[in-house]
Unconditional design. Structure first.
Lengths: 341, 352
């Protein structure tokens, strides 16, 4: 494994381009019940060595943009209706299929939430990890298994060599997630997309996996996109965060700034609705109502029916995601007031 | 002290592991619950926390008399539930209700909301005469924050949070003393979770309910519970008031568990001493000798493999099951005044 130095995001940006850039991406699902607009004009960037968290509740569209990057969007019913995904400046969406295949796996890889259903139950884990080398590097079966053992060791699976011939069901949840991480890291990618990597795990195991991901990131300087609904996990590991609601990004910025001074009423609502383990508050302040159905997104600002600050303008005009402070963007007509509240 | 409403004494539940189809020879047992004591007093909330596989759901099943215990007793107002007459047992089942984790599978998709919420009265007709039932269902729906006009709708027409409210309305129908909440908010979105937690708090005040609140989310348990029990592999390893367990944890497992919960406050990041446990939960079919936690414990000594440490107060003011119990301040007490300074200093040190 080559250990690459991890330049700070600022240095990478000076070179003029981001590692990965999603520009104005829109994705919809054409279902018999109507068009579900899962991703609406979403843009974000990722630099080397950085962790970008995409935070959202279920049905906010947070996984769909990642699935589009990985080319695993189910189509039909899913259709990309606009936007570009630039990897080192090249648009992945218009690239020929075989070019795309050279990026997905070796350069950009993904860890899924549910390792038990993401792994093939009828192949040994060794064979599944080795397949990465056989498919992309033309390695022999023996070489592949050799590499698989090294990787399993690297993700700290005890007795890695001895467990090569075990099947996914013989591993615990945490160990299975390590196998998935080993597969994702097999070809030393520069971008790792982790879609709710610890949601199915207990907190003590979650801590192990998040630590492992951070160590591996420090080793090879990859950019990580962490998709999650857990504000605590975001706060512990992310550098920047993009908050999604009803298919759009409503707020972005550095994690400390967004979490200590949110600039969108939805982020404010999220922060005040979770109880804390380190303080006992008497009453939570929830957001009223429930997230909207993406087939029937409210007019204007999608959050307005649940927003305590909503005015007439919010139902009519969708606020753009604009800069409200250096490095901070918010899609709210009253962002300034939210920020100074 | 008043008499407990519900008491569990020395509860043991083993599930046999059998071999063969016809003769079913028993070759072992999954020791799901291995000696648990619990008491629930009027109008209080007792939290039971633990990771998956620790036996917390088995405790609820036995407590609700849905499973027979291998040993031990469940006492309702001092009377053993498993030696009650059928009539008394029916009364017991009326006064102890449950809210399930998954609002999608715990409501019958073919029944209307009115039928679901009103069904308990079919079984216990003495609670409410037939005449007033529709109005009573509407009252209940309104009480849990649903539109009473939804009475003829089906579960699929509701969101997850609304379905959980239907489940709560059903549990309230028989005017119970105790509601067992088995992970009631873990399937819900963050913004909806808080609504249900607040509702449970309001209902407790209004109806004088007692809750046994089972969850793996330590923050939610802290928010809602008066007393907390921490379970590990079939046993309670620490027990005390909310403050005892969260502010003065004495057992290494509780400390590790608390230290692993990520905080969403930037100021609190890096303030906690993280205790990362090695390895996984051992199999309850073959638990370690002595202390069950010793295989993952950073304090383990020889004595831990030989002797099970009983759950007693070892000078920390509340009981814990560790030979080397010692209070450690895992979660720093919030000091609001200095919080902004800490954010800035953190930002400086964090730049990668």
């Amino acid at each position: 494994m080559t250990t690459l130095p991890s330049p700070s995001p600022a240095v990478a940006r000076a070179g003029g381009e981001h590692l990965l850039e999603v520009q104005g991406l829109s994705v919809e699902f054409r279902t018999p019940y109507g068009v579900v607009r899962a991703v609406r004009d979403v843009s974000y960037t990722l630099d080397r060595g950085e962790t970008l968290a995409i935070l959202g509740e279920s049905g906010s569209g947070k996984s769909v943009s990642a699935q589009t990057i990985m080319g695993i969007l189910e189509s039909p019913p899913g259709h990309v209706t606009g936007g570009r995904i630039l990897y080192h400046g090249q648009d992945m969406l218009t690239m020929p299929k075989d070019e795309q295949r050279k990026l997905r796996g070796p350069e950009i890889s993904m860890v899924f939430q549910d390792a038990l259903s993401a792994l093939n139950p009828v192949f040994t884990v060794g064979a599944q990890i080795a397949e990465m080398f056989r498919a992309h590097r033309g390695a022999s079966k023996k070489e592949g298994l050799e590499k698989a053992a090294e990787l399993m060791d690297r993700v700290r699976i005890p007795n890695a060599r001895g467990r090569l011939k075990d099947y996914p069901h013989q591993f615990s949840g945490g160990m299975r997630q390590r196998v998935m991480i080993a597969m994702a890291l097999a070809l030393d990618p520069t971008v790792l997309i982790a879609d709710e990597p610890t949601t199915a795990l207990d907190v003590t195991v979650q801590a192990q996996i998040m630590d492992l991901l951070q160590e591996l990131q420090a080793e090879n300087g990859m950019g990580v996109i962490l998709i999650t609904h857990d504000l605590g996990v975001v706060n512990e590991v992310a550098d920047r965060v993009a908050v999604m609601y009803a298919g759009s990004i409503v707020e972005t910025g550095l994690i400390d700034e967004v979490f200590s001074r949110p600039a969108h009423p939805y982020t404010v609502g999220l922060m005040s609705s979770i109880p804390r383990v380190d303080a006992r508050d008497t009453r939570l302040t929830p957001i009223v109502g429930a997230p909207p159905n993406l087939a029937r997104i409210p007019s204007g600002c999608a959050f307005h029916p649940r927003c305590p600050r909503a005015q007439d303008v919010c139902a009519v005009e969708a606020p753009a995601l604009v800069e409200v402070a250096p490095g901070r963007r918010s899609a709210c007509h009253f962002a300034e007031e939210v920020l100074s509240a | 002290m008043p008499e407990p409403l519900l008491e569990v004494k020395g509860l043991v539940k083993h599930f046999p592991i059998t071999l063969g189809v016809v003769r079913q020879k028993q070759v072992g047992a999954v020791r799901a619950v291995d000696g648990v004591d619990l008491a629930l007093y009027p109008q209080e909330t007792v939290g039971l926390v633990g990771e998956s596989g620790c036996g917390k759901s088995t405790v609820t099943k036995v407590l609700m008399a849905l499973e027979k215990p291998t040993a031990g007793q469940v006492l309702h107002h001092g009377k053993d539930v498993f030696s009650m007459s059928a009539k008394e047992q029916k009364q017991f089942r009326r006064s102890v209700q449950i809210i399930f984790q998954d609002p999608y599978t715990s409501l019958n998709p073919r029944m209307t909301v009115g039928d679901i919420v009103g069904e308990p009265w079919e079984i216990h007709p003495e609670v409410l005469p037939k005449k007033g039932r529709q109005a009573a269902v509407q009252d209940l729906l309104e009480r849990v924050g649903l539109n009473p006009d939804f009475i003829n709708r089906y579960p699929h027409q509701f969101s997850g949070g609304q379905r959980q409210r239907i489940g709560i309305a059903r549990a309230l129908a028989l005017k119970p003393e105790v509601i067992v909440c088995d992970e009631p908010v873990s399937a819900l979105d963050v913004s909806v979770q808080a609504q249900v937690v607040n509702l449970l708090g309001d209902l407790q005040q209004e109806f004088g309910l007692s809750y046994l609140f089972i969850a793996h989310d330590l923050s939610v348990v802290r928010h809602i519970s008066d007393r907390v029990n921490v379970m590990y592999l079939g046993r309670i390893i620490e027990s005390g008031t909310n403050e005892d367990v969260y502010e003065r944890p004495a057992h290494p497992y509780t400390q590790a568990l608390l230290s692993a919960v990520p905080s969403h406050d930037p100021a609190a990041r890096g303030q906690k001493k993280r205790i990362v446990l090695q390895g996984d939960l051992p199999s309850p079919a073959d638990p370690p000798t002595g202390c069950h936690f010793r295989t993952r414990c950073f304090k383990a000594q020889d004595v831990c493999a030989q002797e099970y440490p009983p759950l007693v107060d070892r000078g920390q003011g509340h009981p814990s099951a560790c030979h080397f119990a010692e209070v450690v301040d895992v979660v720093p007490v919030e000091d609001a005044a200095s919080a902004p300074d800490r954010v800035t200093s953190l930002r400086k040190t964090r730049g990668r």
